[in-house]
Design a protein around this ligand. Structure first.
Ligand SMILES: Cc1cc2nc3c(=O)[nH]c(=O)nc-3n(C[C@H](O)[C@H](O)[C@H](O)COP(=O)(O)OP(=O)(O)OC[C@H]3O[C@@H](n4cnc5c(N)ncnc54)[C@H](O)[C@@H]3O)c2cc1C
Length: 322
């Protein structure tokens, strides 16, 4: 059963968070909302947002929280998260400032988790390194991409990952990429694991050829997906082995343009739910998503799986990430 904390419990927890943040020199912010931190621009208030700037600091801060039984969750650019409208009583460990510089050495590049994936794809192209040019249009951090094995246009980040740096007992630990299970928009990383950085192993190629492939991926994306909209990319996963994409299936059911409050099925790509206006709420997007799932279940006998992560204010339980 979820424990309901009293004001006194929260005051004690807040005092610990302030102390830990001050000792480690990490910025700790109050008064933030998921509506400011996610690309769907909806979602409720967050008790605390912590912004480490180095991998060592990030590893130390989550260890201290775990020792003190303080619940936390990692957030990158928030481009794959739908957080509900309630008050989220946990700490968001934001990797937005955990960026640093991309370090190239031969065919390898090492970056921290908060580094922008589109930025990294440009850096790699300029260095004449191929292997991630299909990922240039994915608007998230490298950490978020690793977490769910982001992919597009024949490239997936897991394929080129040599080493991942993770937080273990307050320190930065290396794990080989080959020990991670990289599946379709899912990996074996466990809830409660903070990814700090990565070393990718790419392949040398002519920069012009890499750039041509990047441009090709970009124009395919521009032709088929809404741009400049508030979305989280594809809302549902494609069905394994099915030649028909989930977007096409939703389109065939005539759902493009369907609206619930401030959320609508994109008229450009039916697997994108977009939000509009100041009054849009997470509940609108969720109601619309559930309506799509219900119709697909009823009319096609298929259970759609969310690709977007749904974050409930009821989770995580005290002392764990989930
Ligand atoms: C317009 C648009 C197009 C998109 N196209 C694609 C596409 O083609 N292919 C694709 O795969 N995705 C796509 N996405 C989805 C999204 O951009 C990717 O999933 C991206 O990799 C998420 O990164 P993020 O930093 O925003 O992660 P977030 O949304 O911040 O987080 C996603 C998950 O990763 C976890 N996480 C993030 N960082 C860390 C960390 N350092 N340690 C531990 N856990 C972490 C979070 O806890 C959360 O569970 C698209 C999204 C948009 C808005």
């Amino acid at each position: 059963m979820t424990e309901v904390k009293s004001q006194l419990d929260y005051a004690k927890r807040d005092a610990v968070i302030e102390k830990v943040a001050a000792r480690l020199g990490v910025r700790a912010l109050r008064g933030k909302r998921f509506a400011e931190l996610t690309s769907l621009r909806v979602g409720g208030a967050i008790d605390w947002v912590i912004e480490p700037v180095t991998e060592e600091q990030a590893a130390a801060v989550v260890y201290e929280f775990e020792q003190a039984g303080i619940a936390w969750r990692a957030l990158g650019s928030g481009s794959n998260v739908l957080a509900d409208d309630a008050e989220h009583h946990y700490v968001v460990v934001s990797t937005k400032e955990l960026k640093g510089e991309a370090r190239f050495e031969g065919e390898r590049v090492s970056v921290s988790a908060g580094y922008s994936l589109p930025r990294l794809c440009i850096d790699a192209w300029r260095q004449g390194l191929s292997g991630i040019e299909g990922l240039g249009g994915i608007p998230g951090t490298v950490g978020g991409a690793l977490w769910m094995n982001a992919g597009a246009y024949e490239h997936e980040i897991g394929t080129v990952t040599e080493t991942v740096r993770v937080a273990r007992e307050g320190r930065v630990a290396d794990i080989p990429g080959s020990s991670v299970e990289w599946n379709y928009r899912h990996t074996s990383f466990r809830e409660g694991e903070l990814l700090l950085g990565v070393t990718l192993r790419l392949q040398t190629d002519e920069p012009e050829r890499i750039k041509a492939r990047m441009d090709e991926a970009k124009s395919r994306r521009m032709a088929t997906q809404p741009h400049g909209s508030r979305s989280a990319g594809c809302f549902f996963k494609n069905l394994p082995g099915s030649p028909v994409g989930t977007g096409k299936m939703i389109d065939e059911m005539g759902m493009k343009g369907t609206r619930r409050g401030g959320a609508l099925v994109s008229p450009v790509h039916a697997n994108f739910i977009v939000t509009e206006g100041e009054g849009a709420r997470a509940a609108d997007a969720l109601a619309l998503a559930e309506e799509i799932r219900e119709r697909v279940r009823r009319e096609r006998g298929i259970e759609l799986e969310y690709e977007v992560e749904l974050w409930s204010a009821q989770e995580p339980e005290e002392g764990s990430e989930e």
